[in-house]
Structure formats: C-alpha cells, structure tokens
Design a protein around this ligand. Structure first.
Ligand code: DGL
Length: 258
C-alpha cells in the first residue's frame, strides 16, 4: 500500500523541527508540511483549554492541506490535547511524550531528572506515566524561560547558561544518571547542557522513537510514500528568521497566517 500525501507536523514553534529532522532522516521520501505556531508560543504556560483550541486550529489546517497523518511534535500539546484531536478526526495522530520509561529502566542510581514545560508536568497523562514508577525518584523541573529564549534565537546566550545551571545543578547534586528532555525545543540545548552535566549522565529525548513510530504506522495503516524525494514545506506565523537559522537555511520557509 502506498500513499503520497504529506505528513503534517506541528509545534508551538521551532522546537518540533527536532522531531521533523528525525522523521526526515528516517523517511526521506515522505512529503512533510511543518507548522510553527510561534505566534502563540509558549504553549507550556497556557491552560488545557487554550492548548486544545490551538492544537485543533493547527490540525484543521494540516487536514485541509491533505495530510495523511499528523505528528504532534510538542509534548505540551500531546499531553493536553491528543485525546481531543483523536476524537475529532479519523486520520492517525502520533504524539510525543517525555521518555520516562527508558530512563527509569536503565537508571542505576534510581534517580532521574526531567526538564519539561509546566503544561506537560502538570498534565494528567504525565502523572499517569510517573505513577507507574514509584521505585525511582523523578526530579521534575519546569524549564521556565527556555522556550522563549530558543524562539528568540538566544540559544547560546549567558542568560540561557544561567537558567540551565539553576535547573540542572540540583539534579546533579541529587545524583541523577539520566536527564529526560520533555520538550521538543530542548534538543537544541544539548551542547549547552553537556557543558553543565558530568559526562556519566545520559540525556534522552524522544525524536527517534517518534520517527520509528511514524514509520510503523505508515507501513501498517496509512501507506508509505512512493515518491523518489520530496522538498519539505515549513510555515511560520511570525518572522521566519529564527526558523531559517535552526534549519541552517537549507529549506523553504514561508510566512502565513494561521
Ligand atoms: N515544544 C513544546 C513541547 O514539546 C512546547 C513548548 C512551549 O510552547 O511551551 O512541549
């Protein structure tokens, strides 16, 4: 079974491009349409109702554009809105959630850290996940301010270093051996984070797992593309400068209202 329609991907901004990259690397022949809802970032501080409304808005546009499957490349939108999206539409949705399970499974110190947005850490779905792992100490830290700095193109700023140190140093003191990045913006901070964490602490994000899951659902349910190659399309509803930078100016980015 083949299906040449595009995969739709959305995030509150530019962070979900970390997921897009993993999908594009694994499935280079798939057409992809990416929506960066940077105008409404950060989602992490909004109410559940607001996050659901924004997720529906993005999804409706991607479906209107003919997408065969949607990847919610945002932990905050997944943990707060994916049930509503699935209830509203028949096409498959793939979400991204913090990779707590592999961290807990491999932790030797039985202490792990998670850095995520307030919206993700306060969600019911996240609580249900962590309840399963009572034997491991899970240090939760909201990444206040990190998404805004990334959206502003200030990844390497002194302010970023300071914020990261204040969030990570208590985790290092508590003897974590795994740090879970529970926000699709944060993989862009890995070089910075590595300068702060001792080398034995492993960093986990969910990009590759989401790409593998996307491939499985396409193969088994929706149909993989038969195309030879495909130019991705990126839309942003703010100034495209930072999105272009994060994509190393390799792809076409268009500004549109949504
Ligand atoms: N990139 C998003 C996530 O994975 C949301 C960041 C935000 O807008 O607060 O959670």
């Amino acid at each position: 079974m083949t299906n040449d329609k595009p995969i739709g991907i959305f995030d509150s901004g530019i962070g979900g491009t970390s997921i897009w990259k993993a999908i594009h690397d694994l499935l280079p022949n798939e057409k992809t349409i990416y929506l960066a809802d940077s105008k409404n970032a950060p989602y992490g501080q909004k109410t559940k109702e607001e996050i659901i409304a924004l997720s529906i808005k993005n999804t409706d546009l991607l479906i209107q554009m003919g997408c065969k499957l949607i990847v919610v490349a945002c932990n905050t939108a997944t943990t707060n809105a994916i049930q509503e999206l699935r209830a509203k539409h028949t096409i498959p949705f793939i979400g991204i959630e913090p990779a707590i399970k592999p961290a807990v499974t491999h932790s030797k110190t039985q202490t792990i850290g998670i850095l995520a947005t307030k919206g993700t850490l306060n969600s019911e779905l996240f609580h249900k996940t962590t309840e399963k792992y009572q034997d491991t100490k899970i240090i939760e830290q909201i990444g206040h301010g990190l998404v805004q700095l990334i959206e502003n193109g200030e990844i390497n700023s002194p302010e970023m270093t300071q914020l990261l140190q204040s969030y990570l140093n208590p985790m290092i003191e508590a003897n974590i051996d795994y740090l879970v990045l529970g926000c699709s913006h944060y993989p862009y901070l890995i070089p910075q984070i590595k300068k702060i964490l001792p080398a034995h602490i492993q960093i986990i994000d969910s990009g590759e797992a989401v790409a593998r899951q996307t491939k499985n659902i396409l193969r088994d349910v929706v149909g993989l593309s038969n195309a030879k190659s495909s130019e991705p399309i990126f839309y942003t509803n703010t100034n495209p400068k930072v999105l272009n930078e994060i994509l190393e100016n390799k792809f076409k980015v268009e500004k549109r209202d949504f």
